[in-house]
Each structure stands twice: as C-alpha cells, then as structure tokens.
Design a protein. Structure first.
Length: 119
C-alpha cells in the first residue's frame, strides 16, 4: 500500500511560479515511475508529467513542456513539480500518482492540491 500527500498549491499570478511536492509512504515508491496529473474545472483529469524510478526518463504533456520540470528524491520518497511561467489555463487540482505506465496512471493517488493562476 502506498499513501501520497501533495503540498505546495495555491494562488499565483500569471507568469509566476510554484513548486508542488508529493511525499509517499510505502516501500514501492523508489522503484516506481511517479508523476502528476491535473483536473481543470469542468474537465477530465489529464497527464502532466512523469519521471522514471531512476530519474533517467521524464515525460511531459505538450501544454507544459518547457515550463514545468519534474524531479524526485528517492531517499525522501518525494517527487516535485516545478511550475514556471504559469498561465490561467494551468488552473486545476493537481494529483500525484505512482506506478504509471507510459502516460497511463497507476493505482495510487494523492488527495490533490489546488493551483489557481489568476490576476
């Protein structure tokens, strides 16, 4: 069993930055691909970014490529999402996930953290 707890969301102006963190409990985190999904208001949940267990492979959706950076610290069982040059369309609830296969989510989700980009 894996439990995921996200933090770092909030309200930011367009062009600003935020860093999300997701800390896991359980032994399988360090051997699993971890990632982030988001669900904008009134829309379906969508893939944002993922990182392999050894941090050698990172994937991004086209909408965030070049602006967001995913990283992980296996010793701390934490995955991060650095979000720069934020846009209003980045407004969403952001969810951490582990056990991804390519762009498809694994079985474990965090509770979500709200990110609002607005002036």
């Amino acid at each position: 069993q894996v439990q995921l707890v996200e933090s770092g969301g909030g309200l930011v102006q367009p062009g600003g930055s935020l860093r999300l963190s997701c800390t896991a409990s359980g032994r399988t985190f360090s051997s699993s691909t971890a990632g982030w999904f988001r669900q904008p208001p009134g829309k379906e949940r969508e893939f944002v970014a993922s990182i392999s267990w050894g941090a050698t492979i990172a994937r991004y959706s086209d909408s965030v490529k070049g602006r967001f950076t995913i990283s992980r610290d296996n010793a701390k069982k934490t995955v991060y999402l650095q979000m720069n040059t934020l846009k209003p369309e980045d407004t969403a609830v952001y969810y951490c996930n582990t056990g991804l296969v390519a762009y498809s989510p694994g079985d474990y989700w965090g509770q979500g953290t709200q990110v609002t980009v607005s002036s």
